[in-house]
Design a protein around this ligand. Structure first.
Ligand code: TIU
Length: 878
């Protein structure tokens, strides 16, 4: 045999790039790296001792269900003696759960083997194949009253046993197979939570536990099997699994005898809630004996950081009442904003601020639904009683209302009035003047008058420079950056174009000035610190557009720190969005997901049950939506659906119906990608109803589009809300052909195509046949203008075979492809015409398309051929 060859010294840059790409893509399937910081636990595992990084460790409890542990369950139906199982593993599992719940683990997850009620997720082999139990003891059947249907989600017998029930906040993963990774979102959940290590327990050892451990091992998770918290109906199998797992140096993972090891050492407290900034650095010594885990101190000094290395979200530092009001408005805590603004008005000591506080008050009350007339009246009364420049105050209130109702010309006029008023008020002049200009920038941006907006922003800068007010100058540069950003995006407008470089420069200048004005940091006015953060986000997003992705991430991260410490949660999630986009472009979306989940965790820990929970819930929902979108981009619809539905739930809780609609739309679209068409229909219908209720035209349109698409894919075109419009487009097309209007025909065809399969080939035939029989020349027009080939006669006989979609899908799944083709509709060739109508059209889900591209097929063709048992060959030869 030839000796091994030496590797060539250098590889081409292209090859190296390709390798990096493959590595990054592969990484999406793998566990993340172990946490480097935070507490660790030393375990006496075999084949060697293991140090668990607690921050990235999850406890995974497999199938502690009555179906396996109780008489009358599925395990019993299989012919097992189930009576010894509970004693063998539940005491150990109870101790393990108790201990784990006291630790800062990444997650506690409970799986359950559970099929959907319709058993669509149970393959025939498992349901009624030759290795199944006899009739009446099969999945979905009721063997013993009181236990319900065997192994079906929601049945009493499918629930967890009392000794190992999940608590609130713990994750439950239903699974249709033995392995917990098969057809579940478990891998995404673990990856999102930054999990590298799994402590595994559950039943039965050699079936679901071992299968799951093997699946986890292949995905890069380090697993530890806890021996006294797992059991098998066949004791020698448990012993064998334990031996197997740790043989060959730990081929599947580690094992540890029991959960009981006395704890010693110190641990700092988990992040505390509310305003106690100092609590993050306090050390406490736990006096409880803790099972299993033996703490070691964290490598970095824990006294300076919270448990996860981050400071907690604070709701107030040295913030003035005015800043508080601003924060609450930004976070959507409107009642709190009203209260802080009223306090700020009462404190009226700072020239120029009272009118601004009134401005905040009016905006918050407006968003709470107060009538405009009342608000103006209230503003003028408040202004008079506070002895503030009331004319200016009322004018400001009017402007707020005009802006809120998009009456932009009114706002412009009012801003001019305000300006002349400002000049008459020496004490407040500077502030009011700048506020006027700032409003002008806002209004001109809203009108799309970008050069006018830039002029106002420049004037704002000049005014600040005249007064040598660094903070105001910083604010002006931020507005300039904002206008540049709009000018970057402008298309077909007459305004001057800007580059991302210009946006970046202006925002960097702003950050620098804000930082200078804020001085040493923590004690600085919240307004200035917030300015630093906002300027950094603007700069970070410009960096994304410039492809400077690492720089973008570091800016966004810094900004998040600022907003977190000030409690500006909405801005915090805005900064996070920028980081996610940069991570996505860097092809490291999982790191973004981890960051998002960390932020989510932090929000939840700090939420408390105080009054400001609305802002927390809103920010939580925003992060969940960002996570859902990222999963969507990664073609992980399970993760996307789960997070989008959680977001919708939160939005509902805080009665944010507009937000709820958009979360539902996101969920519906992903349920469609997942093939959960019934769920997708229901979700889209809910979204449509909400959009109508809130009179949100864009959402209504979007919901009608999603719902129509789903219904069409289910073959329920007639129920689709956009069906009438789609038919109108077809009629418009026919009229355009009659009039020989090429441009109109093309427009209508584009319109028609945008409705996808809402209009069927039969509809087209029903319209086209009468047309060409009355007007034979239209065939030529259709060919020349639209390229429709409807005159080509068929020379061969058509044949078609219909195969039920589900059968076809399952056949492919079971024959080893792992999934089946996922098209929904297959008729005959689209717009091919002969003596008898014949058309093929195929609608596909994105997954199928990607799969076909990989196999170098043009999307659609193989499905069409496969399903219809080979349609008319000449069509494919063309
Ligand atoms: N039959 C058996 O031992 N186990 C299962 O079917 N499922 C689980 O292990 N959970």
């Amino acid at each position: 045999m030839a000796p091994p060859q030496k590797r060539p010294a250098a590889e081409s840059a292209a090859l190296a790039r390709e390798k990096t790409r493959i590595k990054k893509e592969a990484a999406q399937h793998f566990a993340v790296k172990a946490a480097e910081e935070g507490p660790t636990a030393k375990l006496n595992t075999l084949p060697k001792p293991l140090s668990l990084p607690l921050k990235s460790t999850a406890l995974l409890c497999i199938d502690f269900q009555k179906d396996f542990l109780d008489v009358g369950g599925f395990g019993h139906a299989l012919g097992n003696d189930v009576t010894k199982l509970a004693d063998e593993c539940l005491p150990g599992a109870g101790k393990l759960l108790d201990a784990a719940r006291k630790l800062p683990l990444a997650a506690i997850i409970h799986t359950k083997e559970a099929h959907r009620e319709d058993l669509a997720d149970c393959c025939e082999m498992k349901l009624c194949g030759p290795r199944c139990p006899p009739e009446d003891k099969r999945i979905g059947q009721v063997m013993v009253e009181g236990m319900g249907r065997l192994l079906v989600d929601g049945s009493p017998g499918n629930d967890f046993v009392d000794a190992a029930k999940p608590l609130d906040g713990e994750i439950v993963v239903p699974k249709p197979g033995k392995g917990a990774f098969f057809m579940t979102g478990l891998n995404e959940i673990l990856r999102d939570k930054g999990v590298s290590h799994l402590i595994v327990c559950g039943v039965t050892t050699e079936v679901c536990v071992q299968t799951t451990m093997r699946e986890a091992n292949d995905r890069g998770y380090e697993c530890v099997l806890v021996e006294d918290a797992t059991a098998s109906y066949i004791p020698k199998f448990k012993a064998s699994v334990i031996e197997m797992v740790r043989s060959q140096g730990g081929i599947v993972g580690y094992t540890v005898e029991q959960a009981e090891v006395h704890w010693s050492g110190r641990c700092h407290s988990p992040p505390l809630v509310e305003d106690e900034i100092t609590s993050s650095s306090s050390m406490i010594t736990w006096t409880l004996p803790i099972f299993l885990f033996h703490f070691c101190s964290s490598e970095n000094d824990p006294s300076t950081t919270a448990i996860d290395g981050k400071p907690e979200v604070s709701s107030a530092e040295t913030m003035e009442t005015y800043d508080e009001a601003e924060k609450h408005l930004d976070n959507g805590d409107l009642q709190l904003c009203v209260r802080s603004a009223e306090d700020a008005l009462a404190e009226s000591h700072n020239a120029g601020r009272p009118p601004v506080a009134l401005h905040l008050l009016v905006r918050a009350k407006k968003r709470l639904g107060a009538p405009a007339g009342d608000l103006v009246r209230e503003a003028s009364e408040k202004a008079r009683s506070q002895e503030m420049p009331w004319k200016a105050a009322v004018k400001l209130a009017e402007i707020s209302l005009s802006l809120g109702e998009s009456r932009l010309s009114d706002a412009i006029e009012e801003a001019k009035d305000l300006r002349s008023l400002a000049a008459e008020l020496p004490a407040a002049e500077g502030k009011l003047h700048r506020l006027t200009l700032s409003i002008q920038v806002t209004v001109q941006l809203a009108r799309g008058a970008l050069d006018e907006a830039m002029r106002a922003a420049m004037e704002l800068l000049a005014a600040a420079q005249r007064r040598q007010d660094k903070g105001a100058e910083a604010g002006a540069w931020l507005r300039i950056a904002e206008v540049h950003r709009h000018r970057e995006m402008m298309t077909g407008s007459s305004a001057t174009a800007s580059t991302a470089e210009e946006t970046l420069q202006a925002s960097e200048r702003s950050a620098e000035l804000y930082r200078g004005a804020a001085g040493a940091g923590v004690d600085a006015a919240a307004e200035l610190r917030r300015g630093v953060g906002s300027a950094q986000v603007e700069a970070a997003s410009a960096c994304v557009r410039l492809g400077r992705l690492r720089q973008s991430i570091s800016l966004a991260t810094e900004a998040m720190g600022v907003f977190r410490s000030l409690g500006f949660l909405h801005r915090l999630t805005g900064a996070l969005d920028v980081e996610l986009e940069a991570r996505r472009q860097l092809m490291e979306p999982m790191i973004g997901l981890q960051a998002a989940n960390r932020e989510l965790q932090l929000l939840r820990e700090n939420k408390g049950d105080g009054e400001a929970t609305r802002g927390f819930s809103q920010a939580e929902a925003e992060i969940l939506e960002a996570i859902a979108r990222t999963h969507g981009a990664l073609s992980e619809p399970l993760g996307a659906v789960r997070n989008a539905l959680l977001a919708a739930e939160l939005r509902k809780e805080i009665q944010d119906e507009v937000g709820e609609t958009s979360a539902l739309l996101l969920a519906a679209d992903q349920q469609r990608n997942l093939g959960e068409m019934i769920d997708a229909t229901e979700t889209a219908e809910r979204a449509l109803a909400l959009a109508r209720k809130t009179s949100h035209a864009r959402h209504e349109e979007e919901a009608a589009r999603v719902l129509s698409r789903v219904l069409a894919e289910r073959g329920l075109n007639d129920q689709a809300p956009q069906r009438p419009q789609a038919l109108q487009a077809l009629e418009a097309l026919i009229s355009a052909v009659k009039l020989r209007d090429g441009a109109a025909a093309k427009d209508s065809e584009r319109m028609l195509n945008s409705y996808g399969n809402l209009v069927t080939n039969k509809d087209i035939a029903d319209h086209v046949v009468p047309l060409i029989s009355r007007d034979p020349d239209s065939v030529k027009f259709l060919r020349e203008e639209l390229g429709w080939n409807i005159e080509k006669p068929y020379t061969q006989k058509q044949s078609g075979k219909e195969i039920r979609h589900l059968d076809f899908y399952l056949a492919h799944r079971l024959s080893g492809m792992g999934f089946g083709p996922q098209f929904k509709v297959c008729d005959m060739p689209w717009r091919v015409w002969g003596s008898t109508p014949a058309a093929v059209s195929v609608n596909q889900l994105p997954e199928t398309e990607a799969w076909q591209m990989e196999m170098m097929f043009r999307p659609g063709f193989i499905d069409a051929g496969l399903q219809s048992g080979m349609v008319h060959a000449p069509f494919f030869d063309q």
